[in-house]
Design a binder for this molecule. Structure first.
Ligand code: SF4
Length: 369
């Protein structure tokens, strides 16, 4: 693993306390410098949840000049859609909504699900249908989207094979540490996923933005390096990326991960169970109600506040009110948890209703690739 004080591990569960350090350590650029040029910014952008980028100017220019660009993302189909997947999906949908010329690419990373989690392809195929129905229910526009399974997209395979000629084991070890060869291979396949939208079959070189959680930056760095090495053959533009903060588990300790089902919320949780999970979540409350009334709570430490701010409350003024009431001692954790639990429960009921209506479409999109 690299020797930087912050270890970014795309397959791990590391927590990042100071996102600003990533600017200096890895050359990620602060998003606030360009955010005023982004039309109708998503709540992740408005609230600093999306905090960094690489070369987003290319995409902003394509939006304002009404020229083609792509947004690329994917999911490892290993289980239900959790809040980390929801963040990336919403950002994909946001970029897709910015222009009629925006094409979305969404990869069902079944090979990575096998390499990292041992999920057989037949099983991940079933999970992928459910994941895609979630994505459609969140607002993906299928007419402007290319969805595919990694294992069935030969163009991705071919690219990754070509890229493998310019990658040594030392390079991969320096970026990812000592990993099994399947993970190294899936990193190369992922570079194929990100660069495929720029190949001839999809209209040739164009800006492509990949919205990711901050821990995925090693994949972006490898892919940009490969784009540079293969620029002469393909004319690739270096892919752009945006970075969001990681969603913590409900216990507050790690990023929300499918590896720890009891501490994660998924879009398919039974709403009553989700409410129970929230009632046990970590807060930034004080030892006693009296003390909280006197000195206020700490929303920055509070997972419940984060749920509303990152994921479930669209209204900025409402989020600000929760913050102000918390720090002033006007708001007490028990009531606040119940308020958030009810918001989340309503959201889940509505989402699950919508999702049901998209299952058939998800099926046919994945079988007609
Ligand atoms: Fe979190 Fe609400 Fe308690 Fe404040 S009052 S610490 S926002 S649960």
């Amino acid at each position: 693993m690299n020797k930087d004080p912050i270890q970014l591990d795309p397959w791990g569960t590391a927590q990042i306390d100071d996102y600003e350090k990533l600017f200096e350590l890895f050359g990620i650029q602060p998003l606030k410098v360009v955010m005023n040029d982004i039309p109708h910014p998503h709540r992740h952008i408005r609230r600093g949840v999306m905090f960094g980028h690489r070369d987003l100017e290319l995409v902003i220019k394509a939006v304002s000049g009404n020229t083609p660009f792509a947004v690329m993302s994917g999911i490892k189909p290993t289980g239900e859609f959790h809040l980390g997947s929801k963040m990336t999906a919403e950002e994909l949908i946001f970029f897709q909504s910015l222009s009629e010329k925006a094409a979305a690419f969404y990869c069902m990373a079944d090979l990575e699900a096998y390499a990292d989690n041992g999920i057989p392809l037949e099983e991940s195929a079933r999970i992928a249908v459910s994941n895609l129905a979630d994505l459609l229910a969140l607002g993906l526009e299928p007419k402007k989207t290319y969805v595919y399974k990694q294992s069935e997209e030969t163009r991705v395979m071919n690219l990754s094979f070509i890229f493998s000629r310019s990658v040594t084991q030392n390079m991969l070890r320096a970026i990812y540490g000592e990993r099994n060869f399947g993970l190294y291979l899936s990193a190369l396949v992922q570079a194929g996923d990100i660069l495929m939208p720029q190949t001839k079959d999809f209209g040739g070189p164009k800006p492509v933005v990949v919205p990711v959680g901050a821990d995925q930056d090693p994949h972006i760095r490898l892919c940009r390096d490969l784009a540079r090495r293969h620029q002469t053959e393909y004319g690739f533009l270096l892919p752009s990326a945006t970075y969001h903060k990681l969603t913590r588990s409900l216990s507050g300790s790690l990023k929300m991960s499918k590896r720890d089902p009891m501490s994660l919320l998924t879009l398919n949780d039974d709403p009553a169970i989700a409410e129970k999970k929230i009632s046990n979540a970590l807060t930034g409350g004080r030892e006693t109600v009296e003390l909280q009334r006197k000195i206020g709570g700490e929303p920055e430490k509070c997972v419940v506040y984060e749920l509303g701010m990152f994921h479930f409350i669209e209204d900025d003024a409402y989020v600000q009110r929760i913050y102000d009431e918390c720090v002033s001692g006007k708001r007490i954790c028990g009531d606040c948890k119940a308020e958030h639990a009810s918001i989340v429960s309503d959201y889940l009921k509505n989402h699950q209703r919508r999702k049901k209506s998209f299952i058939d479409q998800a099926h046919s999109l994945l079988s007609n690739q």
